[in-house]
Every structure is written in C-alpha cells, then in structure tokens.
Design a protein around this ligand. Structure first.
Ligand code: 1CP
Length: 343
C-alpha cells in the first residue's frame, strides 16, 4: 500500500521529521516559465479559464521544486464573475469588478446553479491535475472566504482598509448579510465541484479577516467559514479543510475551537510559540515565514526557516509563507529554504 501523502498526514494531526512544504502563490510571476506562458495565453483570466494552460502553470512549481502540494491555478474573483459580475484585470494594477452596493443589485446576481457554466473550465483543470500530479503530491482546491470576496464585490477593487464593505455592513446590515449568505452558499457548491473533480484538500482564503473584530468577526468571518467547512465535510467525510483568517490575531483560537478545520494557515504576524501553545494541540498549523525572505535571502532566510522548524516541527506542521510570494521573489531563495527544511 502506498504511503499516505505528507500533506494529508500533517492535516490528520501527525508530526513528521521533515514537514511537507508548499508556498502560497507558488505559480506566479516570480517564475520565468509562468511569465512566458502568460504572455502566450493573453491575459490572466485567459490562463484561469484555459484548462491546458492552468494545468501547466499549476505544475510548473511542482516540477521545479517538488513541493508537497499543488494549488489549483485560479482566482477568488472568478466566483463573483460566475455570479454575473463584470470582472477584468487592469495591467499593472489589479482586479476590477463592477460593484454591487445595495439589495436590488445583490438580488440581481445570477442564481447559484447557473454559475457552473462559467466555472466548468476550472473543474476541468482540477480533473486534469488530479490525473497528472505525481503520486506524492496533494491537490489543493480553494475559494475566497465570503467576507474577503464581498470586500471586492462591494468596492469593485482591492482597497487598503476594506472601507466600502465595512460601510455597507454597518449602514445596510440586511443587504450585507444577503451578500454574505449568497457568497457562502455559492462557495459551498463551487468547492463541492472542485472536490468531485479531484481536490483532496480545500483552503478558504480570508485575506481581509483582520479588518473585522468582535461581533463582526464572528458574524462575517467565523460563521460563514464554519458553515462552508462543516457542509463540505458532511458531503465528503475524507476531505481536509484549511482555514486562513489572515490577520485574525487571537481570533485564530475561535477558528481552532470549532473543530471543523484540520489546518489553519498562519499569517506572518502570528508568533510561532503562541501558535504552538494555543493552536497546534487542536489543528495542524501552516506557515508563516515572511514572504520578504524570498526576495532578500541571506542568513536571515536560513535562520528564520530553522526557527520555525524548531518551534513548530514537533507538532502537525506544514511549512509555508505567511502570505503569497511576490513577483520579485527569487527562485534560488526557495531552493535555499528547501535545503534547510529537507536537509
Ligand atoms: O499574472 C498576474 O499578473 C496575476 C497575478 C495573480 C495570480 C498569479 C492574481 C491576480 N491571482 C493569481 C492566482 C491566485 N490568486 C491563486 C492561485 C494559485 C497560487 O497560489 O499559486 C490564489 C490562491 C489566489 C487567491 C487570491 N486572489 C486572493 C487570496 C489570497 C491572497 O493572496 O491574499 C486574493 C485576495 C486574490 C485577488 C487578487 N487576484 C490577483 C491580485 C493581484 C489580487 C489582489 C488584488 C488586491 O487586493 O488589490
């Protein structure tokens, strides 16, 4: 019988001498082979919706670095697009959506069962990856968490403080809740299709969870994430689920305490000792090297990588960065980091 995959072992609560490793945004502009294919494909969305290209860019970092996990190449904003919103990427700037800002516009979005028409190429990519990945590599599917996706739907773009979404949340709580509920239900169906196509683990990215606190954190970050994770695990009992409430601070404990997450991804601000003492007895932890080390390299890259291994390596642990690698990240620094982790 083949040995279980390293990432799945960690998510089952096992500690391993050499932890599994992958990095957020591992398929991306820091890789010359990605830049080359992206130039051929046209735009970023052309990559996402072309199963041949999306499969290829997902596999690029696996071939180069032998990471223990591959993450589907897609974007969290494909879901709002599939719900009928206009989406485009401004070159050098980022995503743009035609915003929804009131109940009428939210009610005007497409019914959930019509979104798969747009998303079918994504499921096809998952299917191909599932067939093509090396036997030891785990396939991760993903979606944005409802709060983070809603911040883009309401503002129409990325914002420094998620101001437009926070404003709607306080001024028209009924409309905002309707939006969160819609994205929550759509995300369940989106992730379910990814699992049916072969995703073994799913990760929910709540990149802006740190903008919420107290009751809003519970209402818009914790509750939707638990609903999504619990429903998926009800439908697929073997599925492993990773939460990423980025910037949640002490809120990470509320996530761990729910019992529905197998792993939690830690942003770089979470102290490793604190995570070991307060989270790792309940969930596997993933993270949380500062992505800046991928640019700067040097002795600090080596010592910080070793520090994380020393503190978190005795429990269930997945090595990763605290957030995505940026386009200026250097592939040779990943090699150095892997040498420390794998010896
Ligand atoms: O080639 C390019 O120029 C596009 C850059 C790029 C890439 C490679 C974007 C635009 N999205 C992606 C892929 C992507 N996005 C993945 C795939 C695989 C991988 O990790 O290797 C994933 C998981 C995401 C998730 C995502 N998209 C998040 C959540 C995670 C995070 O980084 O916080 C968010 C917030 C987005 C929105 C988005 N998409 C792209 C950009 C530049 C942004 C951020 C925009 C902003 O806030 O202004």
């Amino acid at each position: 019988m083949p040995e279980q995959k390293k990432l799945l072992k960690a998510l089952a609560g096992e500690s391993q001498k050499t932890p599994p490793v992958w990095i957020m945004r591992q398929a991306g502009r820091y890789l010359p082979e990605y830049r080359e294919l992206r130039a051929t494909a046209g735009g970023f969305l052309d990559l996402c919706y072309n199963p041949e290209f999306a499969t290829e860019v997902t596999l690029q970092p696996i071939r180069r670095f032998g990471f223990d996990a591959a993450i589907l190449f897609a974007d969290i904003l494909l879901l709002p697009q599939a719900l009928g919103m206009k989406l485009w990427f401004e070159t050098g700037e980022g995503p743009r959506l035609e915003p929804v800002t009131n109940m009428a516009e939210i009610n005007g979005l497409k019914p959930i069962d019509e979104m798969h028409e747009t998303l079918n190429p994504v499921y096809e990519t998952v299917k191909r990856l599932s067939a093509e990945l090396p036997a030891e590599t785990t396939l991760i599917g993903f979606a944005g968490a409802p709060w983070t996706v809603a911040t883009y739907m309401v503002a129409g773009r990325g914002t420094p403080d998620q101001g437009p979404a926070r404003r709607l949340m306080y001024q028209d709580p009924a409309a905002f809740q309707a939006l969160i509920d819609l994205v929550t239900d759509a995300t369940i169906e989106y992730l379910a299709k990814q699992v049916e196509a072969g995703a073994e683990v799913v990760k929910l990215f709540d990149s802006w969870a740190g903008a919420l606190s107290g009751s809003t954190f519970v209402q818009y970050a914790l509750k939707p994430a638990v609903k999504i994770a619990a429903e998926l695990k009800r439908r697929f009992p073997d599925l492993k689920f990773i939460g990423f409430p980025r910037g949640a601070g002490g809120g990470y404990v509320s996530f761990a305490d729910t019992g529905v997450f197998d792993g939690l991804a830690l942003d770089s601000s979470v102290p490793a000792e604190w995570a070991r003492d307060n989270l790792q007895n309940k969930v596997a932890v993933q993270g949380n090297l500062d992505p800046m080390h991928m640019i700067t390299g040097g002795d600090m890259l080596i010592s910080e990588t070793q520090r994380l291994l020393d503190i978190l390596g005795d429990g269930p642990y997945i090595f990763n960065l605290g957030h995505g690698i940026t386009p200026e990240g250097k592939p040779e620094n990943i090699e150095k980091m892997l040498k420390v982790i794998r010896g």
